[in-house]
Write a protein that binds this ligand. Sequence first.
Ligand code: PHE
Length: 335
Amino acid sequence: MKDQIDKIINEAEQFAITTIDQLESYKIRFLVKKGLVNQLFIDFKDLASEEKKILGKELNVLKSRVEELYNNAEVELRSAQSVNKKINPLPGYYSELGSRHPISAIIDEMTSIFERLGFSISTGPEIEDDWHNFSALNFPYNHPARDMQDTFFVDDEIALRTHTSSVQVRLMEEGNLPIRSIMPGRVYRNEAISARSNCFFHQVEGLYIDKGVSFSDLKQTLYNFVQEFFGTNTRVRFRASYFPFTEPSAEMDIYLGLDTESDYRLTKGTGWLEILGCGMVDPNVLENCKIDTSLYSGFAFGLGVDRMAMLKFGVKDLRTFFNGDKRFLEQFSSL
Ligand code: PHE
């Protein structure tokens, strides 16, 4: 038994304990009920009393030595762990994936509906000249119609575009007929900023020019869009309106109902919400762009994106889309 005691002390002293796992293995090998040390105590019971006297002491020395090695290693490992924690005071980097902005998601949804109807996508500059934003679109110089769109002028000739109709002019001037295209983009107007209006917003406008295009084509295209975007049971109505570049002109409303307080507020108590302006392109505009009006006619429409996004997502204050608050934007990360 003396030999065994020496062997175990030796082994315990050689045992490398540098991790918590190794500490656990050490405990299992030496210190648990079925471990090596306890086994010797069991064998000890069967020894002759003469031997017990000598080996009893040795056995106790063995036990306390093995325990001491265990305790020292444990203290060391635990303090190393807390040191590790201390020397790492910065929070770890955790990189977040960005996601699409809710306004972009709505623009994508709208454009994909029109793409399925055969429309292509066109874009143009946000800083625009007078001709493309106004004059070609039948807004005479110094005409009060220009006040309809509170314009940010850069100088007499240049302004931030007030609508993406400017892209329609550019497209018509290129002269590749027929044209069936939509123009998504940001536009600017000098309006007081509030929960419901901003000094910039987003539009998806559309233009269709071909031989024999009629108002019923316009209506059918917009019905189609509304059914895809808002659902097949959506009620719509057209109201006569005025735009310098279309004749006849209309605005289209969808029926929201009057179920909630916000329905009342949004629809001013009527249940109907205006979502777009539209009309047959005025022949003057076609002629300004050198399109033969004896052959071609067309329709145009312009949808406001931001209000649609407010409707779809139940957002009450337009400004929250653009103030860059991550807590707001993160709610749309699944789009
Ligand atoms: N350009 C108009 C606006 O911004 C919208 C519109 C487009 C109306 C096309 C009719 C036809 O208000």
